[in-house]
Ligand binder design. Structure first.
Ligand code: CUA
Length: 193
C-alpha cells in the first residue's frame, strides 16, 4: 500500500520551500534597505533642525555693545588694506546705528549687521540691498550700488510701535570721493557731528 502512495515531500515540496525561503530573504533585505533610508532621513532631518544652516555666524547679544565687532567705535564703513569695503551696523528699537551710511558707487560693498533687541531688517531704496537683522546672528551680504545718490533705508520687519519711524539714510558717493574720504577716516558715516 505504501508503495502506491505518491511520495510526499522531496519532489514537490522542496522547490516550494526554497522559493519561500528566498522570498523571505529578499523581503528582509528590502525591509532593511527601507529601514536604513528612513533612518537616514530621520537622522539628517534632526541634524538640520538642530543645527543652524552653514555659514551662519552667531554673536552674543549680551556683549554686543561692550566688545567685539559691533562696538560703537567699529560701526560704519571701513575700507580694509586690501580695498574691501565693509559696512557694519546694528539695529535696535527704533533706529539703526549709524543713522547715515556712506558707500561708494561701482565698488562691491559687504554689509555686516545684527540686532540688539528684536528682529529688524532693512532695504536700501530701490536696490537689492535687503536683509533681516536677527538678535544673536550676523547677517551679511555683498552688493554693488550702480549710481551715486541718496537712498532711504527703512526697517522692513515689524519691530514694535516705533517701526514706521525706523529708518536710516544711505549716501552713495562717486568712488573717487568715497576713496578720498576713506584715506582720512577709519570708520566712515554721514551722521552729522
Ligand atoms: Cu525695526 Cu521695524
Amino acid at each position: 500500500m505504501s508503495a502506491t502512495m505518491p511520495p510526499h515531500g522531496p519532489p514537490g515540496h522542496a522547490p516550494e520551500a526554497v522559493a519561500v525561503a528566498a522570498e523571505r530573504r529578499w523581503a528582509v533585505i528590502v525591509g532593511a534597505i527601507i529601514a536604513l533610508l528612513v533612518l537616514m532621513m530621520i537622522v539628517t532631518g534632526l541634524h538640520w533642525a538642530s543645527m543652524p544652516p552653514s555659514r551662519v555666524e552667531t554673536v552674543d547679544v549680551k556683549t554686543l555693545h561692550l566688545r567685539g565687532e559691533f562696538v560703537e567705535s567699529n560701526l560704519g564703513t571701513a575700507v580694509d588694506a586690501d580695498g574691501k569695503v565693509t559696512v557694519r551696523l546694528v539695529a535696535q528699537q527704533y533706529s539703526f546705528q549709524p543713522q547715515c551710511i556712506v558707500v561708494p558707487a561701482g565698488i562691491p560693498v559687504t554689509f555686516r549687521g545684527t540686532a540688539s533687541d528684536a528682529i529688524h531688517g532693512f532695504v536700501v531704496g530701490r536696490t537689492n540691498a535687503n536683509t533681516m537683522l536677527v538678535p544673536g546672528f550676523v547677517s551679511t551680504f555683498t552688493t554693488t550700488f550702480s549710481k551715486p545718490g541718496e537712498q532711504l533705508m527703512p526697517c522692513h520687519e515689524y519691530c514694535g510701535t516705533g517701526h514706521e519711524a525706523m529708518w536710516a539714510h544711505v549716501q552713495v558717493l562717486p568712488p573717487e570721493d568715497f576713496l578720498a574720504r576713506a584715506r582720512n577716516e577709519e570708520r566712515m558715516s554721514c551722521v552729522p557731528r
